[in-house]
Design a protein around this ligand. Structure first.
Ligand code: AMP
Ligand code: MG
Length: 409
């Protein structure tokens, strides 16, 4: 069977996501990381009133035209305006108001001079230079106009964006709910952390934990279903019982060529419409993907190898979670980085993702440091890496100092 190129596999995944999750209106504090489900518009001109950008004196710029250090303009201090106060008395010619950052300008004032630039004596302020109209004034409506879109549907809510909404008095926001993702590891050798290994040949289940946390960190809502042994009947009953409780179902293990690799047989029996099995990538060649429930739900059969499982999560499952959530940006960011070690391979047929740690030099140069070994069985490499460098098909060698494309987790 011919291996599917990465792009074709990814396209099959994305084309299979034909809906978004249910809408959920959330208070701002709970909306971090969610995707906006509507355009949000400015509820007023912003800033809502002319206000001072500095602590200083609000004045009429015209009064200061002739000011010089030798011949300062002397203005009478008419009063003081703090943030939260509102002065209704118009500023008269030849006068100034002491004003604090964020306080509304008094009517008639068109500029503010910083406190550092003036001298004050009794109730007089000495201005030693002309002040331009509009200086240190945040004009009402200069940042955004009433009705203008201030946050767009499909954008991810960051603390900054949440601050924007709060600035406009918006306390609740319409988002897409987090896609539910079930995770089950398969393998008779697996034991859960905290439990003793009972006999030789057993190992700890790491996939369930790496994937559960990866899902939760990346917009999904994970359910860790633990592990099931390599027993066809048991696996079938388990899948039948749990398949319809999530938007995405992930299994690990059981998709390669071993005799006990049941997943690929089981999925057919369970009515999963397999879109691909085996991709021309490394790690992750045996990855399987399909849909079920009339295309509403997605099934990912990731390889059991812990490195493959997590890398393939970022390559295939992550974009699916993002699309289900209505996100505009479906992919992890890529950077170009300088490889710090030679990379060589004999067989260049597959696209290879090598585990790297991206670091930033003092001058801002981005480096990609490969892990010390290339064994895909070494989970420590995933603790080390914060991304994978992409080695394209046909490329046999990348020299230290050459630039590579890195997908950042
Ligand atoms: P498989 O794809 O089932 O043949 O598994 C490939 C390799 O990954 C084997 O060495 C398994 O023991 C190991 N493995 C499978 N599942 C897990 C898991 N959940 N946690 C840690 N290692 C696993
Ligand atoms: Mg196995």
């Amino acid at each position: 069977m011919d291996l599917l190129p990465f792009e074709s596999a990814l396209k099959l995944v994305l084309n299979s996501v034909n809906r978004t999750t249910a809408l959920e209106r959330l208070p701002l504090e709970l909306a971090i990381g969610r995707i906006l489900a509507e355009d949000v518009k400015a509820t007023f001109n912003y800033p809502i009133f002319d206000n001072s950008a500095m602590d200083g004196f609000a004045l009429k710029s015209g009064d200061t035209k002739n000011a010089t250090p030798e011949n300062p303009v002397v203005l009478e201090i008419a009063g003081e305006i703090s943030a939260g106060e509102f002065c209704e008395n118009p500023l008269e010619e030849g006068k100034a108001y002491k004003i604090f950052t964020g306080a509304p300008l008094p009517p008639g004032a068109d500029a503010v001079i910083e406190i550092e630039k003036v001298e004050v004596e009794c109730n007089k302020v000495y201005i030693k230079e002309p002040v331009k109209s509009g200086s240190n004034v945040r004009k009402a409506g200069s940042y955004a106009k009433l009705g203008e879109v201030i946050a767009q549907k499909g954008e991810e809510l960051t603390p900054g964006k949440i601050g924007v909404l709060a600035s406009f008095g918006i306390g609740y926001v319409l988002t897409y709910s987090r896609p539910k993702v079930a995770i089950v590891s398969t393998g008779s050798e697996l034991r859960e952390p905290c439990h003793p290994l009972l006999k030789p040949g057993q190992i700890y289940n790491s996939n369930s934990y790496a994937l559960t946390t990866a899902v939760n960190q990346n917009g999904g809502l994970a359910t860790n279903l633990g592990s099931v042994e390599d027993d066809y009947q048991r696996l079938r009953e388990f899948l039948k019982d749990t398949l319809y409780e999530s938007d995405i179902y992930i299994t690990t293990g059981g998709v390669s060529m071993g005799e006990k690799d049941f997943i690929k047989l089981l999925v057919k029996e369970l009515g999963i419409d397999v879109k691909f099995h085996k991709v021309r990538i490394k790690p992750g060649k045996p990855t399987l993907f399909g849909t079920y429930d009339n295309g509403r739900r997605l099934f990912f059969g990731l390889p059991g190898n812990p490195v493959s499982a997590l890398v393939n999560f970022y390559l295939f499952v992550y974009p699916a979670i993002r699309k289900l959530q209505g996100a505009k940006e479906l992919f992890k960011p890529k950077v170009r980085a300088i490889l710090t070690q030679d990379f060589k391979r004999k067989n260049a047929q597959r696209r290879e993702y090598i585990r790297v740690k991206v670091t930033f030099g003092e001058d801002g140069t981005v480096y990609a440091q490969p892990y010390k070994n290339t064994s895909s069985g070494d989970m420590l490499s995933m603790g080390f890496a914060n991304g994978v460098a992409v080695i394209y098909e046909g490329v046999k060698e990348v020299k230290k100092g050459q630039t590579v494309e890195v997908i950042l987790f």
